[in-house]
Design a protein. Structure first.
Length: 104
């Protein structure tokens, strides 16, 4: 098989012109632009509505069985010892309503 150069020699030197045309065609090729990836929008999480509890009781985990003697001190307004369970952990005097049992 003849190489490209051999073909140009055999055809009387016209192959060199063809070579230049081929080179020009190669130069004309445009670079493809890279497509930018679209960023996916993050879905906003819906806030869960807090369940309203009866009589100002703090919500208790469902599924967890709490014995009644444990909940009495925490939630019963008549039990003064329950007033010590505050977020800060400090003991606090019971409110006047709690003393009279108005907070039921």
């Amino acid at each position: 098989m003849l190489l490209h150069e051999d073909v140009s020699r055999a055809s009387g030197g016209q192959g060199s012109e063809k070579k230049e045309e081929v080179k020009k065609k190669k130069k004309k090729k445009k670079k493809k632009k890279k497509k930018k990836k679209k960023k996916k929008k993050k879905k906003k999480k819906k806030k869960k509505k807090k369940k309203k509890t009866e009589g100002g009781m703090t919500p208790v985990r469902t599924g967890a069985v709490i014995p009644p003697q444990a909940t009495r001190g925490r939630y019963d307004s008549s039990c003064k010892s329950g007033r010590s369970h505050t977020a800060s952990g400090h003991q606090r005097a019971p409110s006047p309503q709690a003393e009279h049992g108005l907070n039921d």
